[in-house]
Design a protein around this ligand. Sequence first.
Ligand code: NDP
Length: 422
Amino acid sequence: MTATAAHSDHQPRPDQFGGPWGALLLTIVMPTVSFYLWSAVAQHGGSLWLPRSTAELLAMFPAPTWDAAAMFAAWLGLQALLYVYGPGRVVEGRPTEHGERAEYRINGLFAFAISAALLVAGIAVDLVSPSAVLAQLGPLLTIATLFAVVASALSYVAGRRRAHLERSTGNAIYDFYMGAILNPRIGRHDLKFFFESRIGMATWGAFAILMPAAELQATGSLSTAMLVVSLCQLFYIVDFFVFESNLLTMIDIIEENLGFMLWFAFLVWMPFNFTLQQQYVLAAHPSLATVAAIALVAMHVAGYYVFRDSNLQKQQFRRDPSQPIWGERPVTMDTARGTKLLLSGWWGLARHSNYLGDLTMALAWCLACGFGSIVPYFYFLYFAPLLLNRERRDNAMCKRKYGADWDRYCEKVPYRIVPFVY
Ligand code: NDP
């Protein structure tokens, strides 16, 4: 990484998510929601619940165990080893506003394939018991949360010590939540990239393997709901690793500092809350008719097509703006900033059709759990407002980046996420 700017006076106001009070609230609410949902499935049969006693309330925060700590450390160690020593290519990220250009090691597909193979082999030879691992889900949740808190505090301190303040605001609560450092690294290794890809996505994938295996271990067969959710999610996760370098152009990597919001998202929110559907299937055994399963897989495939095609169109356009889109020469817009904006394909229909595809898949996975409880719908219920908010935040960021050119683009492409509707 090369620093070309020593110091920046650019200190934005703490204005996202309701400023410092909103950040404080989210720092408390995000873990509470995660523990509550874990408890709803593990302790209350998959239903929403209200605590009737202090003891019941406290039971939703399981104590850490040595077994869970050993699993957590072993998984973290395995992922770090695969990241550092696994074969792969090194790719440069986009330059930051301080002129820094970081390098990233792209070997996630290899690392996930090895991790999944080790897990499946371990299960096959009875070295890994899926039900024993899932019995530690609560303690693992506690350990991952504690890790996120400590990591956020350390990265906040590291950010305050930087030669230039990376868009931190000086408000400790806000900067703890939103982060005070963009690309913290250990040596050449980028922590935000590692924890998003190799911990967030790969641990989600590991749970998506362990949960059907636990069902098979407990009942001797796989339910249709489990099959649909886990296969669709594993498809999504493997696809992520196939296109891992695309992460380098995502807002998380290029715009967001690494604070509690992202630490918690990568360590807890993604692996634990994104697998609530499978956790629910294990606890409540919902049935899913074959015809419904086929319809939901078709819905997933349609969502995937919109998601992947739109993201690829933008990637391809950023690499070579003259490449045809849907068989035609792309319509583009020059901007004063120097970079062009794409007006063809999905990016001419709505400003974030990629979010529509993602949401369609999310809904399909939730619907597979039937209508017995709202808990397995959490993924969609949180994801829809998240993407609605993300679109607004990206819109504001693009307005800052492109100024009047962005207004011109919005006039030409008036829809935000759903073409012709929203
Ligand atoms: P996008 O990939 O949509 O990137 C937005 C950026 O693209 C803008 O900041 C702008 O940056 C550029 N851009 C916008 N419009 C145009 C245009 N017309 N032509 C060219 N460039 C344009 O944002 P995200 O990182 O939010 O999303 C990426 C994917 O990740 C999405 O599919 C989303 O659904 C998914 N996602 C998944 C999450 C999950 O939890 N599963 C969470 C968040 C996202 P610039 O001009 O500087 O290049």
